[in-house]
Design a protein around this ligand. Structure first.
Ligand SMILES: Cc1cc2nc3c(=O)[nH]c(=O)nc-3n(C[C@H](O)[C@H](O)[C@H](O)COP(=O)(O)O)c2cc1C
Length: 158
């Protein structure tokens, strides 16, 4: 099973989460994982080839980053044009926030992905900036467990 981790990050917190989630997912037998940061050059077709994609963004002014939003808009257009198909593929959401933004991952990001046709994993992986910075062992272990849990659940379905 192929899994991808696609993320944006401004100050590195969501990036650390992305790497820990990838570690967790790749610890599941038969799962290969690639990590890509939004803004790097890569073909969107890797998303259609993958079975499971983890999507991550920090919360900026009560929303995802502009880069993340624009990325999903490009993807949505490809789906609407019939050039890509996400139906039946599994997505899972993660991200970090500073104070009151957990709902952006729990609600907005999930909805954005459902609108493209993904089946979105119910649980999201959400950490505060402080826990990633000051309690990284616990925060990143949560991320590794999340990666493992979702990859195991998705593997069962594929
Ligand atoms: C310009 C700016 C706006 C932010 N707005 C919010 C916000 O509306 N709600 C929130 O909970 N955190 C907010 N934060 C905090 C970030 O979500 C938090 O620091 C996060 O861990 C950054 O992730 P990153 O290191 O991956 O960029 C904001 C941070 C910045 C720099």
């Amino acid at each position: 099973m192929k899994a991808l981790v696609i993320y944006d990050s401004r100050t590195g917190n969501t990036e650390k989460m992305a790497r820990a989630i990838a570690e967790g997912a790749s610890s599941v037998e038969g799962v290969s994982v690639e990590v890509r940061r939004i803004g790097e050059m890569f073909p969107l077709s890797i998303l259609a080839d993958g079975d499971l994609t983890f999507y991550g963004s920090p919360v900026i002014y009560a929303d995802v980053t502009e880069g993340f939003r624009s990325f999903l808009e490009h993807l949505k257009r490809m789906v609407e044009d019939g050039r890509m198909r996400m139906k039946g593929k599994v997505a899972a959401v993660f991200g970090s926030y500073g104070f009151d933004g957990a709902w952006v991952m729990e609600e907005r990001m999930k909805r954005m992905l459902e609108n493209i046709g993904y089946k979105v994993y119910e649980k999201a992986c959400v950490e505060t900036a402080d826990s990633v910075r000051y309690r990284p062992e616990r925060a990143l272990e949560n991320c590794r467990s999340f990666g493992r849990e979702v990859a195991e659940a998705a593997r069962g379905k594929i």
